[in-house]
Design a protein around this ligand. Structure first.
Ligand code: NDP
Ligand SMILES: O=C1O[C@H](COP(=O)(O)O)[C@@H](O)[C@H](O)[C@H]1O
Length: 495
């Protein structure tokens, strides 16, 4: 396949914001360095503040230098960047933007392929797409694509409303809903580990797997996103999208082919097979937490309720643990435990697949306990796979000892492992939507999550804050597994 993208023009709405600065500009630069962009490309940044194109180029350069911690060597790169000041809520300046796009397409000999990237607050998504259409910016001789950031709605009804709005201007095939976890190297590796290895797929079911644990922990607090986060919480911010996407990839049936539609349709089936929570189930299956004061790497940090733009009596959860059951033939009876939170002990995303115990312990006289086999998929910061087995303890007669077979992905690729946004942008430019979420996945995820948020919205969490910053969350999250005879496997590799 040709590794260079088709000639296209990218319009970034929200070009002066945090996402553009930290993720999008550095990713475009890396694609340029790797010669994955066509020689002729143009990027137009859009935001309200009045900047000249010269000032914007300076800003892009600084953003990239800050992100890559290197001086931007290739000056010609930023000469492809242009700026247009516009308030997206008013149609007044869309015509001038249209003229700019047409001029650039002429200058760069572009065939009219346009990517509209909405790196802006979600309340603007519907307005922007409607104005793009009414002002004629979507009427282009080439293809058009819309990249849309999360959150995609706040619940199912708002997501449906938003979807209806953007579908007035873009078809489902033209919409690329970003879930940046799907761009992570080891998340993409889940399919390969499962479907390219004869030893796993036969065991990948309720006859051999005891439970699956997915943890995504962060040490950061809400930082400067209190205004958004206090209305969202961890359930909407992390579970509805990233966590459920990982569940879907782990649990889906092998797709007929590795095409976008085949993979997505298998993922949707999993999300639809999630056992819906009844009002009474929520307390038994889900745990919420909110951090109080504590220490992160020896530094004292404030509690969630003391953060900027957070209600001092906030009932918003910054931690969620849950037990999901997938009611289908393959997974009946196997709990999928998920856990995610802010201000936890360490920054780590890991999946642990715990296999069932051997039917009988032949070594009970010499080894009281034979360690369960575990397959650990390290998503971040270290990327790799560890298989936990048992072997004979050296020098001892038939005594077992746990051993690990380790594969480290980023030890080989090191800093060259492409960043999630880099890969997703590249996919979008090539029109590959596999690692973006289809509307059906979004809808099924909201249906599941809405039941939990409804219950939580109507019941105040009496014990908030219920975990200390720097800990692994409230004790109820441990009890969730203890009730089933399991425990969370530690993240630091000591099993
Ligand atoms: N930041 C992150 O790490 C992540 C962000 N996201 C999502 O990405 C999106 C953007 O987030 P983020 O970059 O953090 O947001 P910021 O608040 O940092 O940036 C918002 C951008 O929108 C522009 N803007 C605001 N109002 C208008 C308007 N009326 N007309 C034109 N431009 C406007 C702002 O520029 P100006 O003030 O000059 O108009 C700014 O460029 C959100 O949907 C967020 O949820 C998702 C995952 C991670
Ligand atoms: O989407 C989000 O993800 C980040 C965590 O992403 P990661 O790649 O650093 O694991 C989270 O901090 C943020 O709250 C959420 O909106």
């Amino acid at each position: 396949m040709n590794n260079v993208n088709p000639k296209s023009l990218i319009v970034i709405f929200g070009a002066t914001g945090d996402l553009a600065k930290r993720k999008l500009f550095p990713s475009i630069y890396r694609l340029y360095q790797k010669q994955k962009l066509s020689d002729e490309f143009a990027i137009v940044g859009v935001a309200r503040r009045p900047l000249s194109t010269y000032e914007f180029r300076r800003y892009v350069t600084e953003s990239i230098e800050e992100a890559t911690k290197q001086e931007l060597i290739d000056e010609s790169f930023v000469s492809h960047f242009y700026y247009h000041s516009l308030d997206v809520t008013s149609t007044a300046s869309y015509q001038a933007l249209k003229t700019l796009l047409e001029q650039l397409e002429e200058t760069y000999h572009l065939p009219g392929n346009r990517i509209f990237y909405l790196a802006m607050a979600p309340e603007f998504f519907g307005t922007i797409t409607s104005h793009l259409k009414s002002e004629g910016l979507t009427a282009t001789p080439g293809w058009k694509r819309l990249v849309i950031e999360k959150p995609f709605g706040h619940d199912l009804p708002s997501a449906q409303k938003l979807n209806k709005e953007i579908r007035q201007a873009f078809s489902e095939k033209e919409i690329f809903r970003i879930d940046h976890y799907l761009g992570k190297e080891m998340v993409q590796n889940i399919e390969v580990i499962r479907f390219a290895n004869a030893i796993f797929e036969p065991l990948w079911n309720n006859r051999f797997i005891a439970n699956i644990q997915i943890t995504s922990s962060e040490t950061l607090g809400v930082e400067d996103r209190g205004r958004y986060y206090d209305h969202s919480g961890a359930l909407r911010d992390m579970v509805q999208n990233h966590m459920l996407q990982m569940v879907a990839l782990l649990a889906m049936e092998p797709p007929i082919k590795l095409t976008t539609d085949d993979i997505r349709s298998e993922k949707v089936k999993v999300l639809r097979a999630l056992r819906p929570m009844t009002h009474d189930d929520v307390d038994n299956y889900f745990v919420r937490g909110q951090y109080g004061r504590g220490f992160i790497r020896g530094q004292e940090v404030v509690g969630y309720r003391e953060e900027n733009n957070v209600d001092p009596n906030s009932n918003t959860e910054t931690f969620v643990a849950g037990k999901l059951m997938i009611d289908n033939f393959r997974w009946a009876g196997v709990p999928f435990y998920i856990r995610t939170g802010k201000r936890m002990t360490e920054k780590s995303t890991k999946i642990v697949v715990q296999f069932k115990d051997i039917p009988m312990n032949l070594y009970y006289r010499t080894s009281e306990h034979v360690h369960p086999n575990l397959l650990v998929i390290h998503i971040q910061p270290d990327e790799g796979i560890t298989l936990h087995l048992n072997a004979k303890k050296s020098g001892e007669s038939m005594k077992t000892t746990p051993i690990k077979l380790d594969y480290c992905n980023n030890c080989i690729d090191g800093l060259n492992t492409p960043e999630a946004y880099e890969k997703l942008l590249y996919d979008c430019m090539r029109g590959d939507a596999t690692n973006f979420t289809h509307w059906d996945e979004v809808a099924a995820s909201w249906s599941f999550v809405d039941k939990i948020s409804e219950v939580w919205a109507n019941t105040k969490a009496a014990d908030f804050p219920n975990y200390e910053a720097g800990s692994m969350g409230p004790k109820q999250a441990d009890e969730l597994l203890q009730k089933d005879g399991f425990h969370w496997w530690p993240l630091n590799g000591t099993m």
